[in-house]
Ligand binder design. Structure first.
Ligand code: GLN
Length: 281
């Protein structure tokens, strides 16, 4: 197969499943991440031959995309905050909204050394790993209920050359946290069943429901539990950061007020949705 025939195959097989903008981005991702070529390379030599191994791999990716599998699963990784993260069915694919939460935290802490951080519900490890990578000598700890997620996060920590402490625990069963922290952060499950119809098939069918969904009648269960634990385990000037359900911004603020947090900031994401909260005493 040549580069040009790969491009034609991708567009003809998938044009009934995806808009053109998405096909363009699949083409670019496969070109860069599977073939290690740029669009300029393609333009200069569209008749360049792709090796048999890579051709087989690309055919499999196109079949996977036809079944609406996430491109990140088919390639095996994604990029988040300029770092590479291995992703699979056991972890949520890191989202751009979560990058915005990281920007906020990095702005608050970029000049501070040696802070103690805890990330609850770590998944791929995208939050703790980018914090460890970008902060000076931070002591970074994580908790997750899934051993398979922890295994993936450990691989990601190794690939990105950061040292992180992993704890396997169901946070809803915890009665206390292991130490005092400057920062506690979490992007817990927050999608209600009633929001399922807004979700795309590639998310619903291929991403872990354990990381996504909460019961409709207790959508803030993780926020409540973590805030209660944080109340006794945040250092005096410490702060709690949450990614939140866009429809539950005010409810989450109220919950934190009721638990005793005094300074509560609610921020929107780039789409204009309530998406993150910072709270301290
Ligand atoms: N933002 C994610 C989504 O809508 C959900 C993340 C989460 O539940 N923590 O797919």
């Amino acid at each position: 197969m040549t580069l040009l025939s790969f491009k034609q195959k991708l567009y003809t097989h998938l044009k009934s499943h995806y808009p053109n903008t998405e096909l363009d981005s699949f083409f670019k991702i496969i070109l860069e991440d599977v073939l290690h070529l740029s669009k300029i390379d393609f333009a200069l030599d569209p008749n360049k031959f792709i090796s048999d191994d890579k051709s087989i791999l690309i055919d499999d990716i196109i079949i996977g995309l036809e079944q609406q599998k996430p491109i990140q699963h088919l390639i095996g990784f994604t990029e988040f905050m300029d770092l590479k993260f291995i992703v699979n069915e056991h972890v949520l694919i890191p989202r751009p909204e979560t990058e915005e939460l990281i920007y906020w935290m990095l702005n608050d802490f970029s000049n501070i050394q040696n802070i103690d951080i805890l990330d609850i519900g770590t998944g791929s490890g995208c939050i703790p790993i980018t914090l460890a990578k970008n902060l000076n000598n931070a002591n970074v700890n994580t908790i997750d209920i899934s051993t398979k997620a922890i295994q993936t996060a450990k691989e990601n920590a190794k690939e990105n050359k950061v040292s992180i402490n992993f704890i396997h625990q169901d946070i809803l069963q915890a009665t206390q946290l292991p130490q005092q922290y400057d920062v506690i952060v979490s992007n817990p499950p927050y999608v209600r069943n009633l929001e399922k119809q807004e979700m795309q098939k590639n998310v619903l069918d291929f991403e872990p429901h354990l990381a996504l969904f909460v019961a409709d009648d207790a959508p803030l269960i993780f926020y409540k539990k973590i805030a209660e634990l944080a109340k006794v385990s945040l250092k005096p000037n410490g702060a709690l950061y949450y990614e939140i359900n866009q429809y539950l911004g005010q409810e989450t603020v109220e919950l934190l007020k009721n638990i005793g947090f005094k300074n509560i900031e609610l921020k929107k994401d780039m789409f204009g949705n309530d998406r993150m909260i910072k709270a301290s005493f």
